[in-house]
Design a protein around this ligand. Structure first.
Ligand SMILES: NC(=O)c1ccc[n+]([C@@H]2O[C@H](COP(=O)([O-])OP(=O)(O)OC[C@H]3O[C@@H](n4cnc5c(N)ncnc54)[C@H](OP(=O)(O)O)[C@@H]3O)[C@@H](O)[C@H]2O)c1
Length: 290
């Protein structure tokens, strides 16, 4: 029976203190006490992962990729038909999928859904992926649209994380991954509410780390570049924008949804047990160049 990572880390720290002349001692203890960590740091077979906004788009592909890597995934979205279809697709592939229909911006829906989902089994990893985009220039934005975008991309992630974190804190273990964006760092015209929300989500990731890392919870973010999904189809269909993305991205192409899976596996697994408060950009290099 393997010991939990936190116990092993403690053993290593204690081991180091008493073994200045034999610095390899901690690694020996790792092999003795937690062999599967050494064999496969990326193993997800013991992880139950909730991905918000996963009845379509990037969230679905990430959930599918995590299921293919052995995780038990919980799909989410507001539209029940899309949710059933997405769950059926994964079940047909042979994965034991759960469904959690709730609106991440509704405090009462989130509270009830998380309580229900955690009744018998813990949520090991939460991926805050749900989000929306409304393109409008700032001088024309209505407060209704502003609030809608901020709530879906920022406030919703805070509400779901707060409810899940309470339970993770009591277990002293968990992982939260926020899906940020290049708009967490850069602005483009007509993306005011979205850019403000995703910039806020980047800082929310850091403050979650400040508050919760002490409870053995790792909170990180993934920042996708331009991927073709329902949200971005309108951009991909516009030859001018499509050309701009390809010219501006060093990899000279759009991302394919499955290309987010590697980052999600890493940040969901024991491989990232000392990675905290970081934003991992998966963008074909776009954020690296002018
Ligand atoms: N596509 C890209 O290139 C790109 C780039 C950077 C970042 N991102 C980020 O990646 C995430 C996914 O984007 P996407 O392109 O896959 O978008 P998408 O295709 O439009 O899918 C959005 C998902 O979020 C769900 N959702 C929206 N509002 C919700 C709410 N209030 N409560 C629960 N679920 C909600 C939707 O389901 P329902 O409609 O059923 O609720 C859907 O499953 C977003 O956070 C987005 O900002 C995307």
């Amino acid at each position: 029976m393997p010991v939990p990572v936190k116990v092993w880390v403690r053993l290593c720290v204690v081991g180091r203190r008493f073994s200045y002349n034999q610095p390899r001692f901690p690694y020996a203890t790792a092999f003795l006490f937690y062999p599967h960590l050494i064999v496969n740091l990326f193993d997800l077979s013991h992880k139950r992962i909730l991905v918000t906004g996963s009845n379509a788009g990037l969230g679905f592909h990430v959930a599918q990729g995590l299921a293919r890597h052995g995780a038990q995934v919980i799909l989410n979205g507001r539209n029940i038909d899309k949710l059933r279809d997405a769950a059926d697709r994964l079940r047909k592939e042979g994965y034991p999928v759960e469904e959690g229909r709730f609106d991440i911006t509704s405090e009462s829906e989130v509270r009830n859904a998380i309580a229900e989902l955690c009744r018998e089994k813990a949520i090991d990893v939460l991926i805050n992926n749900a989000g929306i985009q409304r393109r409008v220039r700032l001088d024309e934005v209505s407060l209704t649209v502003w609030n809608e975008v901020i709530q879906a991309n920022l406030t919703g992630a805070m509400i779901v994380s707060r409810e899940v974190a309470k339970e993770m804190i009591s277990r002293q273990e968990g992982k939260i991954i926020n899906v940020c964006s290049l708009m967490s760092e850069f602005a483009r015209t007509t993306t005011g509410p979205y850019t403000a929300a995703k910039g806020g989500l980047k800082m929310l990731t850091k403050v979650m780390c400040a508050d919760w890392a002490q409870f053995n919870i790792q909170i990180n973010a993934i920042g996708p570049g331009y991927f073709i999904t329902e949200m971005t189809q309108v951009l991909a269909d516009n030859p001018e924008f499509d050309g701009w993305v390809k010219q501006r991205t060093p990899a000279r192409r759009w991302g394919l949804p499955f290309e987010l899976v590697g980052a999600a596996v890493f940040l969901s697994s024991d491989a990232s047990s000392f990675v905290n408060g970081q934003i991992l950009y998966v963008d074909g290099g776009m954020s690296a160049v002018l």
